[in-house]
Design a protein around this ligand. Structure first.
Ligand code: OGA
Ligand code: MN
Length: 271
């Protein structure tokens, strides 16, 4: 069996049907990468693979980041006994992409549903290429050269709106990063670069800057650019981390929800 591909929404998300051996063999890896770049998110329903198979499939698609988790598997859980960074992971409930402060943001992530919450816990994705492409020409011109300062501190206000001085000091240890608002990729395609770490537009009055970032986020997360994945145990989903933003829909912290994540190293710098 090779691949069958069904597009879910016109602008984002495809279901791929294939078998585990095809994925492990890597013969379709180039094809899957190109679908991922075009569609932002691909998923395989009920694949029911093991951790080792997840890592092996990831390796056919790119360069594994092994520093995270154990043996390439990182446990996404809001339970502190499962993941000591559970507090930080609460930030995943707000629109973001992963590794915005890194020189090379992650290329992609593979996420597999191990245990689900009885309520909530779907994951939403929006296509930031499509959102950019559809902006009116005048708006594209107006934002073309803007730069946005991203910070870890900013993203923490979503989780903890009244941080203490000590907490602010903690998050301010992480250096901020100036990024273009419009990311021109090596392919020549352009995408909007937003997310929970986006703090302010350089050289713009604070009110105007906050309003612009919110307006563009509202634009990029309109229903036509969004795919919401309603998980079933055993699903494997891959998102392009350079052409989408994502967020988890709220779920109870003690729900037992557990996802296994594997990440692929970024291949394009964000300067
Ligand atoms: C992530 C993430 C969302 C989810 O793993 O980077 O944001 O639904 N996960 O768990
Ligand atoms: Mn994330």
């Amino acid at each position: 069996m090779t691949l069958t591909v069904e597009n879910i929404n016109p602008r984002i998300g495809s279901e791929i049907k294939t078998d585990i051996d095809t994925l492990l063999g890597g013969t379709e890896a180039g094809h899957i990468r190109s679908i991922l770049e075009q569609r932002g998110v691909v998923f395989f329903r009920g694949l029911e693979i093991s951790d080792d198979q997840q890592v092996a499939i990831a390796k056919t698609l790119g360069n594994l980041v092994e520093t995270e988790g154990e043996g390439g598997i990182y446990k996404i859980s809001l339970d502190r006994d499962v993941n000591e960074r559970a507090e930080y992971l609460k930030g995943s409930m707000f629109w973001h992409f992963d590794g915005s402060l890194q020189p090379y943001p992650n290329l992609a992530a593979l996420l597999r549903a191990v245990r689900l919450s009885e309520t909530g816990g779907e994951t939403e994705f929006c296509n930031t290429y499509a959102a950019y492409d559809d902006l009116p020409a005048a708006e594209k011109g107006a934002i073309e050269n803007l730069r946005v300062v991203h910070s870890a501190e900013r993203s923490q206000y979503y989780v903890n709106p009244e941080m203490s001085h000590e907490e602010i000091n903690f998050w301010q240890q992480y250096p901020t990063k100036s990024c273009p608002l419009v990311w021109t990729h090596q392919s020549g395609r352009k995408s909007l670069l937003l997310g929970a770490t986006a703090d302010y537009v350089e050289g713009m009055a604070v009110e105007e800057s906050r309003a612009l970032l919110a307006r563009l986020r509202d634009w990029a997360t309109q229903p036509e650019y969004v795919y919401r994945h309603d998980w079933q145990v055993g699903d494997l989903l891959i998102w392009s981390n350079t052409g989408t933003m994502h967020r988890a829909m709220p779920y109870p912290l003690d729900s037992g929800r557990l996802m296994h994540r594997t990440i692929l190293a970024g291949e394009e710098p964000l300067a």
